[in-house]
Design a protein around this ligand. Sequence first.
Ligand code: PAF
Length: 274
Amino acid sequence: MTIVDSPALLAKFLRAEHDISIGFVATMGALHDGHIRLIKQAKEQNEIVVVSIFVNPTQFLANEDFDRYPKKDSADKKICELAGVTYLFMPDTASIYTNDEVSLVAPVVKGYILEGMSRPGHFDGVLTVVMKLLNIVRPTRAYFGKKDAQQLYLISLMVKKMFLDTQIIAVDTLRDKDGLAYSSRNSYLSKTQRELALKIPRSLRIATSMIIEKRFDSAKIIKKMEEILNPLEVVYIAVVDREFNALTKVEISNTIILVEVLVGQTRLLDNIWI
Ligand code: PAF
């Protein structure tokens, strides 16, 4: 595995690899099994794999956890080495951003609802950094988790609208044994908070059983989920189609049910694809 911190050098290495398929996994580090799943899939489907670790300042709001975002560089390097990563890209902020920035703006509606409403500007930062990373790496395929469903949707849209030559691959959410979806932010949770957080997958399981019983009404599903999530602070629960339009009734094979809650100060999100 080669570790590179310079965008220009990484681009130079990669351009020298002619006619070779490149799989790319963008991360902010503190790697967990969910990331490893993305890397494994990238390895199965491509000749070489590039992983980036960059805690992107522009996707954090002023009051958020940028300064205390978990950092585990040496463990992350080992994980990538063992997972068979070819290039690990670890740039510093100054090599990605300068004072005279050109930034992307997320679509007005789809980028500013749900996660984009509770974190205004978040997706502008995500799209800007992902655009930069995709232009440096120019991957054949880039892998993103379905857990960040709105991010995945907006990145896929950006790739299409900007005519980028990369296939975006959606990868299923990986859950810990207790059902909680893997997230780097789970490390913020105390034992009691983790117990409480299990209400999130539970609420999604109940939503699934309602749908199996053909109870498709979105408002009723949301109400039931709110009951289960009580006393957690619900940021949003939403029933949307795969393009993030609100649905009053679940449509089989075209629905995502999303939930975001605050457990203490920690923002946790999860979803199911129906
Ligand atoms: O999902 C993440 O970890 C980040 O939003 C991403 C895609 C690496 C961009 O910083």
